[in-house]
Each structure stands twice: as structure tokens, then as C-alpha cells.
Design a protein around this ligand. Sequence first.
Ligand SMILES: NC(=O)c1ccc[n+]([C@@H]2O[C@H](COP(=O)([O-])OP(=O)(O)OC[C@H]3O[C@@H](n4cnc5c(N)ncnc54)[C@H](OP(=O)(O)O)[C@@H]3O)[C@@H](O)[C@H]2O)c1
Length: 236
Amino acid sequence: MPHALITGASLGLGRALAFELARRGWSLTMDARHTEPLASTAQALSEFTTVRAIPGDIGDPEHRGQLLAAAATLGKLDLVINNASDLGGSPLPRLRDLSPTAYEQLLRTNVVAPQQLIRAALNQLNPNAVIINVSSDAGVDHYEAWGGYGSSKAALDHQTLTWAVEEPDFTWYSLDPGDMRTAMHQAAFPGEDISDRPEPETVAPIVAALISSGLPSGRYRTADLTAALSEKARAE
Ligand SMILES: NC(=O)c1ccc[n+]([C@@H]2O[C@H](COP(=O)([O-])OP(=O)(O)OC[C@H]3O[C@@H](n4cnc5c(N)ncnc54)[C@H](OP(=O)(O)O)[C@@H]3O)[C@@H](O)[C@H]2O)c1
């Protein structure tokens, strides 16, 4: 049974990915900070697969150690998805209003934690493992008040592609999932009607297809992936 570790899997995209992979026969190790939503998601997932759900903050080194120790009880990892992310405030602060505390927290969660988690997990990865770091269009484009979050995702993109050069035995994807109707998206647009944004459950099958695609390491947008994956299938 393939084994995935997903950070931030109690809600939103992480939760949708956990269900998508569980239905496809993956065992799961996952986390989130709040105990109750994580426990109820893990309970629902246990209908399909074996789950280790460890509450904690991915920015906390001790928690990362506990998460990897729990993962080790299910064997080596075939997939790690660094999905948990900090937004930097709601409403989003312009750079002139972004405090050092808030910026350091953003960078700790969105940049340092993925790097340290992978660094600590390297000897727990199966050969040919896939690592996905969840990015954002805000890491490439420049929107007012998105500078803190966006620069953390730009750093994450850079980190991902550097990992790919340094550790070419694994496959490294930086993935922009596009806008999704989630708690984080609502926090980014407080008071706005976001009901026209797609549900994360529509994105999860595209991510699952990427995992098994054999596409080379790189930065991908789910918006482009459907076309890229069908072109690859046609060529084979
Ligand atoms: N939604 C969008 O439109 C959109 C667009 C582009 C990119 N993204 C990216 O997609 C990913 C998922 O976002 P989402 O919209 O699904 O977010 P979400 O609905 O807010 O869910 C975030 C998940 O991560 C957990 N989490 C947050 N901080 C954590 C931490 N420090 N340690 C451990 N777990 C943590 C949350 O649970 P707790 O709060 O209990 O910790 C929750 O399970 C993120 O990387 C985000 O940047 C989202």
C-alpha cells in the first residue's frame, strides 16, 4: 500500500487530497493544529484506509518529529504533500503594515517547515518518492496586500526547484492549485461571496493524476495540468 504524508489535512485542499488518496488505496499520515476537525476527518478516512493523525503546528520542530515518528509506523513514504499554510492575516496586510512577528510566522510555516520536514524525512522516503509543495499564483504575480504570503510562496517555489536539482532521485512538484472555496480563501476575501470558486474536491483528482503522471520535476498549475496530462497520454 503506498503511503502519503499530508500536512494540513483536516480542512480544504488537504482534506480533499486525503480522501482522494484514501479511495485510491493510500495509507495516510497527516496533521493540523486543531484536534477536533483533524480527529473527525481521520475517523471518516479510516473507513477507507489506515490513518495516523497527529495534531500540532508544522512550524514546531518537536511536532515534526512526532509526525515523522508516527509515519514510520506505517513504513516508508512514497509521497509528501506540504499543504499547510499561513495566510498572514485577514484582511491581508500591505507590506507597510506587515509586522515582523506576522512575517516570521508566515515564513516559518510556509518556507522553513516544508524544508525542515523534508530534510528530516529524507531517510524515510522510498526511492522514486514524490514531494509536492503547494504554492500559489501569488508567488508569481504581484497583488496589493499579498506581498507577505506571495513572497513566502515564491521562496517555496525556489526551494522546491532547488531540491529537484540537489536530490534528482525524487520527483519535486511545486503546485499552484488555483482559487478554491476554502476557509483560507474566505479569510483572504473577508465578507465576499466566494461561492463561484471551485471546491477543493475538484482539484484533488488532478493532483492525484499528477502524482502518477511521471511528469518531470517542476512548477505546475492545475489549470494547465489537465491539458498537459492528456497530451502526455496521447504521446505514449
Ligand atoms: N484556497 C485557495 O484559493 C488557494 C489558492 C492558492 C493556493 N492555496 C494553497 O493551498 C493550500 C491549502 O489551502 P486551503 O485553502 O485548503 O486552506 P484551509 O482550508 O485553510 O486549510 C488549511 C489546513 O492546514 C491546516 N494548517 C494551517 N496551518 C497549519 C500549521 N501551522 N500546522 C499544521 N496545520 C496547519 C489547517 O488546520 P488547522 O487550522 O487546524 O491547523 C487546515 O487543515 C495552502 O498551501 C494554500 O496556500 C490555496
